[in-house]
Design a protein around this ligand. Structure first.
Ligand code: GLN
Length: 190
């Protein structure tokens, strides 16, 4: 499978490495042609305000929205979760997202950079070690959204159809459970 990683800002290299380790071809996405070539897309962790502004200047905002709308499997970690949310709290004025998941996400919900932490959580029934860096959490979800993990009483991993989002960064650990779930449960057969 050709797995694109939006490579404008953030930890896209780690996601590219993980896609390769899972046996896929990792492709950096910075142009519409690159976007059109991929079978799945990952939105990395980083800074959601910067990524969305760069996506606008690179002419990728509407093309990514269109591909999400037509069923492309997309996984977003941390800033990527914010970018997949239909609604955000504590965004900057006018902050846009690609959207797609019927949820409200609160940016920096766990606190500031110094409040970053690691925690053992359950993801889809299995234990994993999760790294939270200025992470968002999910405030509320619509009916079509499945909650796969919770921390501090809030959803931190969710799925809606072909879209998957986590507040944490599995790309920074050796545990491939989240990426394998994305590739094997969501992308497979598409
Ligand atoms: N707080 C960042 C944002 O608002 C996300 C942090 C991260 O991706 N580690 O985009």
């Amino acid at each position: 499978m050709k797995v694109g990683v939006l490579a404008l800002q953030g930890d896209f290299r780690e996601h590219l490495a993980l896609a390769t380790q899972c046996g896929h071809e990792g492709i950096s996405v910075r142009t519409v042609d690159e976007l059109n070539a991929v079978d799945a897309l990952i939105l990395p962790g980083g800074e959601s305000t910067t990524i969305i502004k760069l996506a606008q200047s690179f002419g990728l905002l509407e093309p990514i929205r269109e591909r999400i709308g037509s069923g492309l499997p997309v996984y977003g970690s941390c800033a990527g979760m914010i970018l997949l949310a239909d609604r955000i709290e504590d965004g900057i004025v006018g902050q846009q997202t690609f959207g797609g998941i019927d949820m409200t996400v609160r940016r920096n919900a766990f606190g500031r950079q110094v409040d970053s932490f690691e925690s053992d959580i359950t993801f889809n029934g299995t234990q994993l070690h999760a790294i939270f860096i200025r992470a968002p959490w999910v405030e509320e979800v619509g009916d079509g959204v499945v909650v796969l993990s919770k921390a501090a009483g809030h959803p931190v991993a969710v799925r809606q159809g072909n879209l998957l989002a986590t507040s944490f960064h599995p790309e920074l650990t050796d545990d491939h459970a989240v990426h394998s779930y994305f590739f094997d449960e969501i992308c497979k057969g598409r």
